[in-house]
Ligand binder design. Structure first.
Ligand code: ADP
Length: 867
């Protein structure tokens, strides 16, 4: 329609749907393709590396277009979602015949049936089997934030209320694939999805929760706060929007309390490389190092355990006792792990079934998974001295016998994902279906006999009866025999001439073909009806099935942790009531395995923090093993509270409420902050949040600035931690001067990583010893690193000069010992402010003459200036 700027009816429909899709890419169904237009086409073509073409015109310009075939759409969707896009799927909602019936050349009606977003996936091909996929909604209500999180691929759903101070750590724990917040949310994270404020109303949210779970009151969930109801409302509204009314699987929400788990902020997670390594990816992370789970559900459970270590000694011990049981019984462990290997994924198959996207294959997985669960229960049920947690889990593994039998009778052994071809309902399940199928089979046999007869009758040995989707059944002969069958009276009618062959029909063949097709159609319909019943059967038991899946995941995790512990001689940690951290022979699991690969041995080290000596200052040369030591102790705490054995000969600790790590100058330039700024921001967070129950590791604080600034800051931070936070802390530094703090700070003790020079070469022993380091060995490290000899020699003479100067002036920290104590300095600052306040509040302004007022101003100024 060149020259005419009126949009075509199709474009009008498209633009209407696109307006509804908003900033999601619109997949517009046309026949066997999903087409994308305009900017969507440009973005998709670039991400998917497919051809950008054009079609027709809009506003006098060609419309950019690209398309993906419907049968391969999932793979393309996966790439678009990974690249950060969201996609709206517009399907044809009526057949061309229905459209025609509405009148003349009416366009087929289309509508958006689903929004595919990172947080609302259920397809196996779009998900990592070992990682959860969290959709999180946050709602601010007063000074609180309600957080609702769901993994709809398994139905997991939780609610928690936090204050501003712990929101970041909670979001870091949940590691959402998609985060939704209400319009007007202060400083939303960059990739957050902004949704209408009305969706986050606490009253509406409470109603939605009650309605979704058919509850009279929310008491069954616990004391759900208003903030949680608001967040749940936002989450459910978003899910309803994404599924366009079709709700995915949500289990009854679990209410969590912030103090139920060890809080760990994002910076600490990154620096400890818990779930992913600093260079990105899972390899090299603590999780990858520990993970010996067999099933995807187990891997996801372990990741979530490590992301949220517990604060309840009884719960931790329950987990540990099960790990120990598997640890002490290697044969049972092996048998269970072998059984788990056969286990198909239950949780996600169920998620798809509930979301209305379940296939016969999903039902087959549920059947086989639950059957294996029952066998496992029988085996474990006869074992002796079972720990309590196992006894709690076992009943959940059973009770599906009736449904499993039903599914076993109804479905073939390995049912397909696609239902279009049928063949998934087992022979013998439904007599009527069997009759229809045998009619089809008889028909096919009749056709085979017909082919033989035709060959005899025509004398053409190469004659074949074939089938394709366009023509149905037809007779085909090579081109040179075509004429023979064309002759009148043969009973064959010509249908198609190909390059090397000619195709015919015959009345007899036609009749048989109709019979086969009809029987096939009826059979397909019968299978579809059975599928629906089977799905209803599974849905009626969804909560029990989900509980089995959870119990299996916990068993997998426990046996896997036992396996990992046995591999490297880990030990069971024990917990005490006072804040201590006593670790003998501690090791860093990731560094240890890396060293083992090159045949090197890891040197185990002890750590002994107690209320009397709760702050260790660790000095020593670069590369001496300081940050490894710091991290290994943090990881041991984390593993212990997650219910795992730990890489140490023994470990005893008081529960840690928050874990902080500031290790190494992790460059954050990408986020536009200098390293030093990042370091200070993170240190500020630690000083503001660490409590007496916390554990903090700090490495080289102050390294990012000049020597004097750096030393001054490090000095003040150590004092602050010691006097105010009073937490357990390991502080590594290369500022030798800090060792002087041990004179004034009682709970601080000095340690160093050992090194020695042997025949002019530096030997790093990676061994921790008491007392301060005797020297810094910086130049020796530089020499090891390969600095040219002349530079090393020059550095040595510069150092000699500097050290001479230091000896004469008393060194960098000269005079610092005379400063008033940290607490005294704080008191003085406060006292001064208070003196001003006292004077001002006692003032009767109306009674002052101008002269007196002026005098008073001078006096106030003097007070403020006093030091
Ligand atoms: P620092 O923080 O003192 O500069 P690191 O902790 O980064 O030193 O350790 C430097 C390297 O030394 C590590 O990459 C590791 O290869 C090795 N290392 C550290 N600790 C040990 C140990 N306990 N046993 C063996 N090698 C170690």
């Amino acid at each position: 329609m060149a020259g005419d700027n009126t949009p075509t009816p199709m474009m009008v429909q498209y633009l209407g749907l696109k307006a509804k899709a908003g900033d999601c890419l619109l997949f517009y169904r046309m026949g066997d393709f999903f087409e994308l237009f305009f900017d969507d086409a440009r973005a998709a073509a670039a991400t998917l590396d497919i051809a950008l073409t054009s079609r027709g015109e809009h506003d006098g310009k060609p419309i950019p277009m690209c398309g993906v075939p419907v049968h391969a759409a999932e793979a393309y969707l996966a790439r678009l979602i990974k690249a950060g896009h969201r996609v709206a799927i517009a399907e044809q909602t009526e057949s061309p015949e229905q459209a025609k019936a509405r009148g003349g050349k009416t366009l087929v009606a289309r509508d958006i049936v689903r929004f595919v977003t990172a947080g609302t996936l259920t397809e196996d091909s779009l998900l990592d089997s070992w990682a959860s996929n969290m959709l999180v909604a946050v709602a601010p209500v007063g000074v609180f934030f309600g957080v609702a999180a769901a993994d709809i691929s398994t139905g997991y759903f939780e609610l928690v209320t936090v204050t501003a101070g712990s929101l970041e750590a909670e979001l870091a724990r949940l590691a959402a694939s998609e985060l939704v917040v209400p319009d007007g949310f202060a400083q939303p994270p960059a990739d957050a999805i902004i949704r209408p404020r009305a969706d986050f109303d606490s009253i509406v949210g409470g109603d939605l929760l009650r309605r979704h779970f058919a509850l009279a009151t929310l008491d069954a969930v616990g004391a759900v706060t208003r903030a949680e109801q608001a967040a749940a409302g936002g989450l459910i509204a978003y899910l309803a929007h994404a599924g366009q009314g079709k709700m995915p699987f949500l289990k009854l929400p679990v209410r969590r309390e912030v103090h139920e788990h060890l809080l760990i902020d994002q910076a600490t997670r990154d620096s400890l490389e818990i779930n992913s390594a600093s260079k990105g990816g899972r390899t090299g992370s603590l999780l990858a190092e520990v993970d010996r789970t067999i099933t995807g559900a187990g891997a996801r459970q372990l990741a979530s355990d490590l992301a949220a270590p517990l604060m309840d000694k009884a719960k931790i011990d329950a987990r540990l006792s099960l790990v120990q049981w598997f640890h002490d019984a290697p044969l049972t462990r092996d048998a269970v792990r072998t059984a788990l290997r056969q286990l198909p994924e239950i949780a996600r198959a169920l998620g798809r079934v509930v979301a209305g996207r379940g296939s016969p294959r999903d039902l087959g997985q549920i059947r086989d998974g639950l059957d294996a669960a029952r066998v496992l229960r029988e085996r474990l049920g006869v074992m002796e001295s079972r720990p309590e947690l196992l006894d709690m889990l076992l009943p959940a593994l059973d009770g599906h016998g009736h449904m499993v039998d039903h599914l076993a009778r109804a479905l073939v052994e390995s049912p397909p994902t696609d239902t279009a071809q049928g063949g998934y309902i087992a022979e013998g399940y439904d007599a009527a279906l069997d009759v229809l199928r045998s009619a089809g089979r008889d028909g096919r046999q009749a056709i085979a006999q017909m082919e033989a007869r035709y060959r005899d009758a025509t004398g053409i040995a190469a004659l074949k009866i074939r089938h394709n989707a366009v023509l149905g059944y037809f007779v085909e002969v090579p081109a040179k025999h075509g004429d023979a069958l064309m002759a009148p009276g043969t009973g064959f009618t010509h249908r198609q001439t190909m390059a090397g062959a000619v195709r015919f029909n015959s009345p007899e063949l036609h009749e048989e073909a109709v019979r086969i097709t009809q029987a096939g159609g009826h059979a397909l319909a019968a299978e579809a009806a059975h599928l629906e019943e089977l799905i209803a059967l599974v849905l009626s038991r969804r909560d029990a099935i989900a509980a089995s899946a959870e119990a299996l995941a916990r068993i997998d995790v426990s046996a896997a942790l036992a396996e990992r512990a046995a591999e490297s001689n880990w030990s069971r940690p024990s917990f005490v009531a006072h804040p201590c951290l006593e670790i003998e022979g501690g090791r860093h699991p990731v560094v240890e395995s890396a060293l083992a690969k090159s045949g090197d041995r890891f040197i185990a080290n002890d750590c002994k923090l107690s209320p009397e000596k709760r702050l260790w200052l660790v000095s020593g040369p670069n590369m001496g093993g300081k940050s490894t030591f710091l991290r290994q102790n943090a990881l041991i705490v984390l593993l212990a509270q997650a219910g795992s054995y730990v890489p140490a000969t023994s470990a005893k600790l008081g529960l840690v409420d928050r874990l902080f790590s500031r290790v190494g100058a992790s460059d954050n330039l990408a986020r536009g902050r200098s390293t030093f700024m990042v370091e200070m921001v993170e240190t500020a967070a630690i000083l503001a949040q660490a409590t007496e129950q916390s554990f903090v590791i700090l490495d080289e604080v102050g390294r990012g600035t000049s020597t004097y600034d750096g030393l001054a800051i490090a000095w003040a931070v150590v004092e602050g931690i010691h006097e105010t936070n009073r937490c357990r802390c390991l502080f590594a530094t290369h500022y030798h001067e800090l060792t002087r703090l041990s004179e004034s700070l009682d709970a601080l003790s000095l340690h160093h990583v050992r090194a020695k020079e042997y025949k002019g070469d530096l030997v790093l022993l990676h061994e921790l010893a008491d007392g301060p380091a005797d020297r810094s060995y910086g130049i020796a490290v530089a020499k090891v690193a390969g600095l040219p000899p002349q530079v090393v020699a020059r550095a040595s003479s510069v150092l000699a000069k500097l050290e001479k100067g230091r000896a004469e002036t008393g060194g960098l920290a000269a005079g610092l010992g005379d400063l008033p104590l940290f607490s005294a300095a704080m008191d003085a600052a406060e006292a001064k402010v208070d003196a001003l306040r006292d004077k001002l509040s006692g003032l009767d302004i109306d009674a002052l003459s101008p002269r007196a007022a002026l005098d008073l101003l001078y006096e106030l100024k003097r007070t403020a200036g006093e030091s």
